[in-house]
Design a protein around this ligand. Sequence first.
Ligand code: FAD
Ligand code: PHB
Length: 403
Amino acid sequence: MGVERTQVAIIGAGPAGLLLGRLLSRAGIDAVILEARSREYVEARIRAGVLEQGTVDVLHAAGVADRLDREGLRHGGIYLSFDGARHHIPMEELTGGRSVTVYGQTEVVKDLIAARLAEEKPLRFDAPVARIEDFDGDGPARLHYRHDEAEHELHADVIAGCDGFHGVSRETVAAQVRIWERTYPFAWLGILVDGAPATDELIYARHPAGFSLYSMRSPTVSRLYLQVAPDESMENWSEDRIWSELHARQDGDGFTVNEGPITEASVTPMRSFVAAPMRHGNLFLAGDAAHIVPPTGAKGLNLAAADVTVLAQALAARFREGDDGPLETYSDRCLARVWRAQHFSWWMTTMLHRDPAEDAYGAELALSQLRYVVSSRAQATALAENYVGLPLERTVAAEVARG
Ligand code: FAD
Ligand code: PHB
């Protein structure tokens, strides 16, 4: 097979790669998306569920928000539960009308795949990229991948490494990146439940037995999480044990968890991670390929969307106006947002989880911080504006939409 040529080679069809592909096609820039796994696998992978206002705005600007508008659940607040009581944080009121939307990552991914296929733009599943070469020179970068039981080569002006935490992109520049990292002494056991949530908004709960979160996917599907040991095996968790832990950690103050059939269950480790810079010549890292946050702040997917929004705008400046300025500031612009989200996610995580090695003093500090958040408008506002997201993407989304 001959060598294929494109403007932007996108590695990975997670939210970052798919959204970038969509924003580029709207800007008239050619791209080929290569994904290691099958379409079925990518569409079924249960992950995040909360979209910031800025992410929703970008999906609108990209023309892929019809179903999101119909099915997404707009939430103007969250609950914090501790000391046996629930406290409401009215985020919308505290942030001048900003909110979040509950809509599963799986649904975002399905909508983006459907839009790409409808446009008949290249998106290849079961196409793992093995090697990236010549991304640091003046000529085109080269990618080697396997597809339909044959080896292929793709030449591109730019490579977007949207291949997640275990991808090939960051590994390729491992000697040139600096890493900042923290692992946590716990993990999340998440369940998907066929049954209506017992709450109108998400409940983040700190309890002596550990953290739990009551979330949802729709009016008839609930999503709940429990803090467990980092090396926990699902085999140790019968359905009875899961429900009894959830009742112990969430019930009270006139509230009780609503049980239902569990349709999916898995354990996710918790990690904070940043690799910088996010640009290496013509190779740009975006999303989980460059950074990971623990899910307590609901930021992972939103950061991925913010990165590619900045990248799409910068690539439009290069390919349409010959202006490389925005690409030169790509890494710094993204990292400013990334570090804010890193701090917020770490702060929420340490405030709400029980560290098994923590002494009684540490537990009292966390409780004191929670009491401060629910009693001080300034503290509650700080939580709210971070949770709904800083407004950068809104500006960028408007620019992308104008084209
Ligand atoms: P990904 O979604 O990881 O997509 C990367 C894609 O690249 C994958 O499809 C992968 O198959 C593909 N790929 C990898 N290597 C190659 C290769 N060599 N060639 C071609 N393709 C390749 N965030 C939250 O906010 N809340 C949550 O509850 C939450 N739960 C999570 C649970 C898990 C198990 C994980 C891993 C993450 C979770 N996250 C959560 C984080 C959130 O889902 C991610 O931040 C988000 O998926 C990042 O999108 P991405 O496109 O950057 O990466
Ligand atoms: C989810 O619904 O999966 C979810 C919600 C909020 C979080 C993390 C995960 O902070």
